[in-house]
Design a protein around this ligand. Sequence first.
Ligand SMILES: [Zn+2]
Length: 113
Amino acid sequence: MAADTRADFFCPHCDAAYKVVRAKAELGKTYWPIRCKACRGPLAATNGNDLLTYYLVRRNYNWAIYHTTQQAPARLVSFVDNQPNELAAIARAIKEYKIPVRERDGLVARRRD
Ligand SMILES: [Zn+2]
């Protein structure tokens, strides 16, 4: 994914991708943690003497994976978390749940959040 090549930091709570820009922090000033733009989890405002600014590159979502066919109603296969899009979510489900080849054609992913 091209956008990810710019990312150099991943949220420890939700794996959202960020580009971090550093500047000199003011000595003696207290910097409160920043909230992740995707999950609201705390991110460090400083690192050593550097003040950190986070630019969101990619957020992730939680997905429900369904198997669909012409003949039957959609069947829930699995849940996968922290994937950026439908294709990535399906790929993760196939790998994690070892979904057989014959069932892969009918897979769809729907966002849960
Ligand atoms: Zn986060």
